[in-house]
Design a protein around this ligand. Structure first.
Ligand code: DGL
Length: 258
């Protein structure tokens, strides 16, 4: 495998673009092929088996394009399919995501931690293990339909705010202040600003993007696959199973000042 080969990143749609943005910033000598499986989104309300079939198809596609590593930039696909993909490609660097519950627990050992994620992620065996280890003060908050706002390009509408207010209401009742909110789906990272605006100032809002990219950098270094020269051409190629407008949305989210 060549050091200057691209890194493949994928998600059910445009959420993983938030991970790609972090990777572009933290790994300046790497280049990336991003695949958004928009035609099959959302993953988060399917079965684990269905998500695994889809994730396998996307992984095959990215590997056929010569990727030296794969980032599953989707908590849902990681919960459902990471183990299967690692068994299929034992020599490949495969980096997954998980809700940043450990980080939240370390930073806020006391107080309520809300973990926002898809129904598939929150009902998976992988999440159960994480919750058993770090979830003593955590509340799992399934958010079916929340990713669809982002897929529609909506990151600030009154309807979106109403959806989130409804989710937070039980935890903000009687002046309660959650210690932390974990964005356990890569789509939700694009909602950071609106989520922040609905919470008390002392509530931390965390995601797992930097930790994931740090792990990617570590693995590339260990395997002597980290690129040491900035690529000559474009650093990103975006592919999708969706249509022109999904491609346009991904490009817009990639370029969004945040
Ligand atoms: N972005 C995905 C995640 O991190 C899920 C969105 C979906 O439901 O497809 O979980």
């Amino acid at each position: 495998m060549q050091k200057n080969a691209p890194i493949g990143i994928f998600d059910s749609g445009s959420g993983g673009i938030s991970v790609l943005r972090t990777a572009l910033r933290m790994l300046p000598d790497e280049h990336f092929i991003y695949f958004g499986d928009t035609a099959n989104a959302p993953y988060g309300t399917k079965t684990e088996e269905e998500v695994t079939v889809l994730a396998k198809q996307v992984a095959e596609k990215l590997l056929s394009l010569g990727c030296k590593a794969l980032v599953i930039a989707c908590n849902t696909a990681t919960c459902a399919a990471a183990a299967t993909l690692r068994a299929m490609y034992p020599d490949l660097i495969i980096i997954g995501m998980e809700p940043a519950l450990k980080l939240a627990h370390d930073l806020r050992p006391e107080g309520d931690i809300l973990v926002l994620a898809t129904p598939v992620s929150l009902s998976s065996a992988k999440y159960r293990l994480l919750y058993t280890a770090y979830g003593e003060h955590a509340h799992s908050v399934p958010c079916p339909g929340l990713m669809d706002f982002v897929e529609r390009g909506d990151i600030e509408s009154p309807e979106l705010k109403a959806y989130l207010e409804d989710k937070f209401a039980p935890y903000l009742a009687k002046g309660n202040t959650p210690a932390a909110v974990v964005l356990g789906c890569t789509h939700y990272v694009f909602l950071h600003k609106v989520i922040r605006s609905l919470l008390p100032e002392s509530t931390l809002v965390l995601d797992g993007n930097e930790g994931t990219v740090r792990q990617l950098g570590r693995r590339l270094t260990q395997e002597n696959l980290i690129s040491t020269h900035a690529p000559a051409g474009e650093r990103v190629k975006i592919l999708t199973s969706g249509n022109e407008s999904s491609l346009a949305l991904m490009q817009k989210l990639l370029d969004l000042p945040m």
